[in-house]
Each structure stands twice: as C-alpha cells, then as structure tokens.
Design a protein around this ligand. Structure first.
Ligand code: C5P
Length: 310
C-alpha cells in the first residue's frame, strides 16, 4: 500500500502556505452575515501538503496527518473534501473521485487560513489529477464559493483583498520579512470573533479606506516602517475572547519586535523581526516564556498553492 505523501507516480501533491493579515480593516456586518474587509494578505512559509490520487467516482476519503491532525474533521465537512467535490460537480459529475491526504503544519483555527489553504490545495491538485481544462480565474471563482480566504490561498504572495476579502489585487512588496509566530494551545472560532467585533463596534463603517500605510511600507521594503503600521480591527475582539493574547503581544514588543499583531481572527500572534538573527532571538525568548503552544520562524511573502514536482 502507498505511504501517504510518498512520491509515488499516482499521487499529485500540492504545497500550500499560511497567511497573515498585515492590515485588516473590518466594516459593518452585511445582511449576508459577512463583513466588508479592506485587508493586505501576506503568505508566510508555514506549509501544509495536500496529496490526491484517483478514487472511485463519487468517493472522497481523506486522511489528515501532522500537527493537530485530530482537530481536523475527516467527514464531508472537511473543506478540502468540499473543494474536491465542488470541482468534480462542476467539471464531471459522477466521473471523478479522489483520495486525499493532508499533512498539517498551519495551525488549525489559528487565524492563518489553514482550512482555506487545504481547500485551495485540493482544488489545484484535483484539477491536475483529473486533467481538467480550468483556468486560475475559474479556480479562484470556485474557491470564493468555499470560503472568503480560499482565492488568496490559491494565489499567495502579497495582495490587497476587498469585498469579503476575496476580491484580490497583487500588491508590490519589496524584500523578504522575518516573522515569529506564537501558536496558541487553543483555537478561536472565526464567526465568534466577528460576532464579538459586532458587539464592540456597533458603529462600524459601511465603507472602508484602503490600507495605504501598509502598502507604502511594503513598497519601501523597510521592516521598521511596516512594523509601525500593522493593524488588525479584529484584535480587540480576539483579545476579549482570549485575554492572554495581550500579554503575548506585549512580551514580543518588549523583546524587540518591530510590530506585533493578532493574525486574522487569532489566536496566533505574529511578530515582525528586523532580521533573521533577531527572529531567532525573539523565538527563543518567546519559547522559554512558555506562553504559547509552539513558536515558529517564517518568512514572507512566499507563493500560494503550488504543485510539488519530484
Ligand atoms: O468564508 P469563511 O467560511 O472562511 O468565513 C468564516 C466565517 O467568518 C464566516 O461564516 C463569517 O462569520 C466570518 N467572516 C465574515 N466576514 C468576512 C469573512 C469571514 O464575517 N469577510
């Protein structure tokens, strides 16, 4: 029997990355239940792998391995399975099936769009496996039906997101940034954080300004300038649900981070370091403090969903 993720010829493998939001401005909830966003995404080098091979038509079994694998559902509610089924329904109902293996590294329900990354990976991997004639735009359109972050997780790099976060324009970004991530022992539900945002912001705006400060800092390539303008409107909501995040962010700032933010809806915290040596120092200090489940050093931007060729 094939080992999951072994480079056998019958497996198509895709690597997908986690994301952080360098700016996340949030407006008043819409009747759809979604909030308008004005956000700058950056993909960072924390990777999941999604491998697929042929299965009987209509069958989509999934195995999840790696960090926090036990927290990921393996039934029809798995977002990667939903992605594979959606693609099959659109391009060949009753003709396609796929066995999926997902290797997790991106935290589950951690504010880094790991589930959306796996869905993006499944879309790309199955489109190759089934040899479909599908364009990147078509994949992004299908991705948007699965979740607001899926289109960015297909694309990767650095991008401005508007609408629900699914209308994307690439953003010019110079250089590579060194981040330290503090992963939390607990998950945070994204809808719960948005719900708390509504309670805390009864007068949230309908129209959002562009996050120009962050985009200007990215063009300059100056990590200090970027660190000073990182912004996340969901941070107070995440902190009110997880008060310990306040101490984690403060510790990172005092330990020399140029900027500290809650990643997306949290609870992962991201710290921008001036260089690699400072990132190593910061990660050691955060680890020894014992305030989080794990600490990871990553860089960004990196690509989104990409085929792994062996
Ligand atoms: O699109 P996705 O399923 O990833 O979103 C998860 C949840 O996050 C939504 O059900 C909604 O509660 C919230 N959300 C939102 N506004 C957005 C994106 C997500 O309210 N723009």
């Amino acid at each position: 029997m094939a080992t999951p993720l072994a480079p056998e010829a019958d497996w198509v493998r895709v690597r997908v990355s986690g994301k952080i939001n360098l700016a996340l401005r949030v407006g008043a909830v819409r009747p759809s239940g979604y909030h308008p966003l004005s956000t700058v995404f950056q993909s960072v080098s924390l990777f999941d792998e999604v491998a697929v091979r042929w299965a009987e038509p209509g069958r989509f079994p999934v195995t999840v391995v790696g960090d926090q694998a036990g927290l990921v559902p393996t039934d029809g509610s798995n977002l990667a399975v939903k992605a594979a089924k959606l693609l099959a329904d659109e391009y060949g109902p009753h003709r396609f099936g796929a066995e999926l293996v997902i290797r997790k590294t991106i935290p589950v329900a951690g504010g880094m769009a790991g589930g959306s990354a796996d869905a993006a990976g499944a879309l790309l991997a199955c489109s190759v496996l089934w040899d479909l004639d599908v364009s990147p735009d078509e994949l992004r359109e299908l991705g948007a039906r699965l979740g607001a972050d899926v289109p960015f997780q297909l694309m990767g790099g650095t991008a401005l997101g508007t609408g629900r976060g699914d209308e994307l324009v690439p953003v010019l970004s110079r250089g590579s940034y060194h981040w330290v991530l503090a992963l939390s022992a607990d998950e945070l539900s994204t809808p719960a954080v948005f719900g708390r945002f509504d309670e805390l912001n009864p007068d949230a705006p309908d129209e959002l300004a562009m996050p120009n400060e962050v985009m200007n800092a990215l063009v300059s390539g100056d990590a200090g300038a970027l660190g000073a303008v990182l912004v996340n409107d969901l941070a107070p909501a995440a902190q009110s649900l997880r008060p310990e995040l306040v101490r984690v962010l403060e510790f990172g700032r005092e330990a020399g981070a140029l900027g500290a933010i809650v990643s997306g809806a949290g609870p992962t915290c991201a710290f921008l370091a001036p260089n690699e040596a400072a990132a190593v120092d910061l990660s050691v200090r955060l680890s020894s403090e014992g305030m989080c489940r794990a600490v990871r050093r990553v860089t960004g931007p990196v690509p989104g969903a990409r085929l792994i060729t062996t």
